[in-house]
Design a protein. Structure first.
Length: 136
């Protein structure tokens, strides 16, 4: 004996498979994928590039990275700049500068995982923005 599907289940299936919902689901997947890529790969590369951009003076520690809802900006949270060489009068675990949150415009953000050249340019741009923000 076959079990009949009710009208609510048919409506729900049609709703999930509608073009608007498929687009929304795809966009959320792209947004989540970009955030995961930023959190792991981009953040590690940013730490490496920042050392060279700061003239071997500072090391960067970033608590988290996330994108804006339009995939056109990066928000860095809880930045700490640690000097590479500690003077005798400083405590090694204490950062010299801290930034609670820094938002950087990055219009080509959704294409960065696929283009190493654009990624390198964006890493330098973000590093220079952090350095300019700490100089203020």
């Amino acid at each position: 004996m076959k079990k009949k599907r009710g009208p609510v289940r048919k409506w729900f299936t049609a709703f999930i498979l509608s073009p608007g919902m498929i687009f929304t689901q795809a966009y959320v997947l792209v947004w989540l994928g970009t955030n995961l890529w930023l959190e792991y790969a981009f953040k590690q590369h940013l730490k490496q590039i920042f050392v060279s951009e700061s003239g071997q003076r500072y090391q960067l520690d970033v608590h988290s990275l996330e994108t804006g809802p339009g995939l056109n900006s990066i928000t860095l949270k809880k930045l700490s700049l640690l000097p590479l060489g500690f003077p005798e009068n400083r405590q090694p675990g204490k950062p010299t500068r801290q930034i609670a949150e820094l938002r950087i415009e990055c219009p080509e953000l959704s294409l960065l995982p696929f283009s190493p050249n654009d990624q390198a340019i964006s890493l330098r741009k973000v590093s220079r923005r952090i350095i300019s923000h700490t100089a203020q």
